[in-house]
Design a protein around this ligand. Structure first.
Ligand SMILES: [Zn+2]
Length: 223
């Protein structure tokens, strides 16, 4: 299925994020003209900057929904919008326009930071699909994952030199890369149950990566 990769047939959750209506339905605050057809930040009639619409991060960047958007595409979309919202362009405008441009910039940065980080992007896609509980899960319920986490913690505690920690770090990176490859396939196939399970593992691996980093730092300092 190409649901996530095809902009022309947006998945069902796009409607959820826009509150059920279309983003294009909000008129411009300045001239009452239509906003959001091709450009969500500026009025296409008078050019006035608009307050941020409740659209998805993908829509805000003008990108098709999907997991791991190629970095060059993401950067190009972000910098293009960021340039148009640069504070210098609004220095002589009314306080209202300055406020809207700042709010747009905040929303744009949030979109960029979310889509740039694979784990945050996976959690966001699941949230858009109505599976928001996963981000709040604090305990690991999957027995296989629980066992993996316990073993990794033990191995990390027993790693008393940098070489041992580096070996664990290499393993963590390989596991993370394999999770990302699986997630790509699962999101592309619309398999949300599968994507949720792998995202949980990715969450755990991110935490492990942080623990490894701290362990490495402590060993380096005590050496
Ligand atoms: Zn206007």
């Amino acid at each position: 299925m190409e649901q996530l990769a095809d902009n022309r047939s947006p998945p069902a959750w796009e409607g959820r994020a826009t509150g059920g209506g279309t983003a294009a339905s909000s008129p411009c605050w300045s001239c009452r003209g239509p906003v959001g057809d091709a450009d969500y930040a500026f009025c296409s009639t008078c050019g006035a900057v608009q307050p941020p619409l409740p659209i998805t991060h993908f829509q805000r960047l003008g990108l098709a929904s999907g997991f791991q958007i190629p970095r060059d595409q993401l950067d190009a979309a972000y910098f293009d919008q960021a340039r148009r919202l640069h504070p210098d362009r609004f220095a002589t405008r009314t306080p209202r326009e300055r406020q809207f441009s700042q709010a747009q910039a905040v929303s744009l940065n949030e979109a960029y930071e979310t889509l740039k980080d694979p784990l945050r992007c996976a959690l966001y896609l699941l949230t858009l699909a109505g599976r928001s509980s996963i981000a709040q899960e604090r305990t690991i319920r999957d027995p296989t994952l629980l066992m993996e986490a316990m073993e990794a913690r033990e191995a990390l505690e027993e790693a008393t030199d940098l070489a041992a920690v580096e070996a664990l770090a290499a393993r963590q990176r390989a596991d993370r890369d394999s999770c990302l490859a699986s997630l790509q396939q699962l999101f592309d196939a619309g398999d949300l149950d599968g994507a949720e399970a792998v995202t949980l593992r990715l969450t755990y691996l991110a935490k492990l990566g942080e623990d490894i980093r701290l362990r490495r730092m402590r060993l380096a300092m005590s050496a």
